[in-house]
Structure formats: C-alpha cells, structure tokens
Design a protein around this ligand. Structure first.
Ligand SMILES: *Cc1c(COP(=O)(O)O)cnc(C)c1O
Length: 416
C-alpha cells in the first residue's frame, strides 16, 4: 500500500483484534471472501435502480449478483421477497417505516433502556421526529411481558408494533406476538402492522435455532454484520407483495442513491456461507458458549441475566459495586472488549449504566470453545474483583494464542 500512514493503522487494528477477546455482542469477523468482495471492482459501478430497471448502462453483472443476493436471502430466511440495498440496519428501519407508515403515525416499541435501538423512537433519532412512539416495558423479571404488551396495544392503538432488540438475552415468541396483534386488530379501529428488527439475531434465525420472524411479521429488517457474519449492511424481508413494492421505492429513490454493489456481492457470499450446514454448527456453538459464560458468572455469585441467544447482561453494580462504564474500562485494560449497557430498572444514567453486555459471536468465529468461555467468565470475575492484572493479561494472551487469525477466515458456501 502506498499510503503508509493508513496502512500502519490497519496493522495496529489487526493486532488489536487478534490480541484481544472480543465480546461486543454486535460484532463479528467476516470471511476473507466477504472482505474481498467489498474491495472488488463492483465498487466502481453506478447502478441506481433495480435489476432490469437501472438508470445506467453496463449493469448486466451487477444485475446477476444482486438477483443472486436476493434469491439467497429469500431462501435463507424462507421469505418471498428480499431487498438487499440498504447501506445499514438504521437505513433499513428508515425505509421500512416509510413503507408502512404516514408521518405522525403511532408506533409501539420497547423502552430503549430495556434494550431497544436508537431507531426505535429515541429522541436523538429521526424516528421520534417523524412518528409518535409509545413504549412497552419488560416484566419485572427482565423478560418480555406478553400480557402487558396486549394491554399496551389496546391503550395506544398503534399503526405499528415493533419487536427485535439490541440487548435482550432471551428467546422472543414472535408467534405469540402475531396472535396478540391479530386479536387486537379484530376489535380496534386502527389496523396495526407487525415489524421485527432482527439485526442482532439474524444468524440465529438463519440457523433455525429460534423462531423465524418472517413467518409472522409484515416486515422484517436486519443487519448483515452481526451474528449473520457478513459485510456491514442492511436487509429488508417481507412476504407481502404490496409491501415489497413500497419497500423498494422507500429505499431507492426515496432514501438512497446508488447501491453499494460491492457490499451486495459480499452479502450474497455471506448468505451462501450461512446456507451451509457448518453455519448452523457455528451458531449452536455460539449459543452454547454464551450460556456457559453467563451461567459460570451466576455460579460465582454474580447477577447475570443468563442467556437463550448470543448475548447476556451482567449487572456489575449489584455484583461488584461499580458502574458499567468502570467495568468496561477495567476489562479493556486486560484485553477483554465489552460495552456498558443499561439494564432493566437501571438506576444510573446511560453514560454510566449498571451493566455490561457480553456476546460470543466474534470470539466463537475465531474458535472460542466452551472451556474457553468458562475461563473467560472467571477472568471477567477476577478482573472486576481487581485481582492481579498482569497475571490476567497473560491468561488472555494464552487463550487468544490458540484462536484463528482474523485475517485468514474462510467458511464453506452452499451456492446451488
Ligand atoms: C445494530 C442494530 C441496528 C442498526 O444497525 P446499523 O447498521 O448500525 O445502522 C438496528 N436495530 C437493531 C436492533 C440493532 O441492534
């Protein structure tokens, strides 16, 4: 590379990623194939519009790849229609709202402090400016309260009910939500649609290790870079023909110009990787590792949420008497990366928080085993108890020395 300055930061970042234990629940390491596609010649092509209806000439190869990306996404999620053009999960949500709602319409989503996303009605997001958000809380046990949701639906009479979260460690009963919404619609004058933002759990859905929201929701949005292990990007799915037409125009031309065709090629590869049986084994290991770490922390006497997916929450205030911010920085000092996170009933501010969020998508990709996950729980415990930092650092190094290099990952694909 001619630019030695930027190159030096790539090298430093590669070392940082290889030398640490990455436990940020929204991160993952894609294959070299996915990364190569993102640096490919497809990035040079303007292709505004959709396959067969582009605003520019010379799109025959782009069309073929975008068609494949859509078909593979449809097969992977067992869904009739996919749109693969959104640049990110937030833009997928923006387009989904445009397709489903009029300005000022009412949306019912989870309280952000309970694990919702910024685009689910945060005051600092476009979503709260364009639509009128109301929220439903989690139950006292930190789990979804389906009876409470039923009551909130009747109180609010929203145009849209939104599920899918950024920091929820338990299974979600999409089937039950559909039934609750249908029941509500049978006696409400306002029709309520059902949207699921599966950004975090898309890999688990693809592996069929939880309910598939596409079977129940009117629109499903996602990212492709979290548990799905693809390039950074968005995805929108629906079974409704009337909605896919609205979704397409909400993406282009309403909210985006030229699609990132190099990223769409990378998404096509990611879907083919996720269709391979080996991906299901990866997700099963990921869930097992997460549960093992969460349970070990409980066994050590900590206030851990436990886990039924790829992440869990650790209440560090009640377990160690420190804030999430402090816990995050103590762990970072020994080479374990996590993030501070609000927990249900949090008494501290979002800048401090009482918890941290821990996930195993990235570390499992590198080869983390269940034994490693249990060791990591003990390292987290000892770090937050302020035990010998230098010794813990050595043990972190020993664990990651047995894992794969993030610059060499390769996964089998199912392309037929
Ligand atoms: C990560 C996430 C998003 C947004 O994804 P970006 O690609 O960062 O815009 C949207 N919704 C949920 C629930 C998420 O966790």
């Amino acid at each position: 590379m001619q630019d030695k300055v930027i190159e030096s930061y790539f090298k430093k970042e590669r070392d940082r990623q290889n030398n640490g234990i990455e436990l940020i629940a929204s991160e993952n390491y894609p294959s070299m194939d996915v990364r190569e596609a993102q640096a490919s010649i497809f990035g040079s092509k303007y292709a505004e519009g959709y396959s067969g209806h582009r605003y520019y000439g010379g799109c025959e190869n782009i069309d073929a790849v975008e068609d494949l990306a859509e078909q593979r996404a449809e097969r992977l999620f067992d869904c009739r229609y996919a749109n693969v053009q959104t640049h990110s999960g937030s833009q997928a949500n923006f387009a989904a709202y445009i397709a489903l709602l009029e300005k000022g319409d009412k949306v019912l989503s989870l309280f952000l402090n309970d694990g919702g996303h910024l685009t689910h009605g945060s005051p600092v997001s476009f979503s709260s400016h364009d639509y009128s958000f109301s929220h439903y809380p989690l139950g006292g046990d930190g789990r979804l309260d389906y009876k409470g949701i039923e009551e909130r639906l009747d109180e609010v009479n929203p145009n849209l009910f939104l599920a899918g979260y950024s920091a929820y460690p338990y299974e979600i009963d999409f089937k039950r939500m559909r039934e609750i919404i249908d029941k509500h619609n049978s006696h409400s004058s306002t029709h309520c649609d059902f949207m699921v933002d599966m950004a975090h759990i898309a890999g688990i859905v693809a592996a069929r290790l939880c309910q598939n929201p596409c079977d129940y929701a009117d629109i499903v949005t996602s990212t492709t870079h979290k548990t799905l292990r693809g390039p950074r990007g968005g995805l929108i799915l629906t079974n409704r023909e009337d909605l896919i037409r609205k979704i397409k125009s909400a993406v282009f031309p309403y909210s985006q110009g030229g699609p990132l065709e190099h990223v769409i090629a990378a998404k096509a590869i990611c879907f083919a990787e996720a269709l391979h049986p080996e991906f299901k084994e990866y997700v099963a290991r990921l869930m097992e590792n997460t549960k093992a770490c969460a349970d070990e922390l409980s066994r050590l006497g900590c206030d851990s949420s436990g886990s039924e997916n790829h992440l869990f929450l650790l209440n560090v205030l009640s377990s160690f008497g420190i804030s999430g911010k402090e816990a995050q920085s103590k762990l970072e000092e020994v080479g374990i990366t996590t993030n501070k996170n609000m927990i249900h009933g949090d008494t501290l501010s979002p800048a401090l928080t009482s918890g941290i969020r821990i996930g195993f998508a990235a570390s499992t990709t590198r080869g983390c085993t269940k034994i490693d996950a249990i060791k990591i729980a003990r390292l987290i415990y000892r770090t937050l108890k302020c035990e010998d930092k230098e010794k813990i650092k050595e043990e972190v190094k020993e664990i990651v020395s047995r894992w794969k290099d993030v610059d060499t990952l390769s996964f089998p694909v199912l392309t037929d």
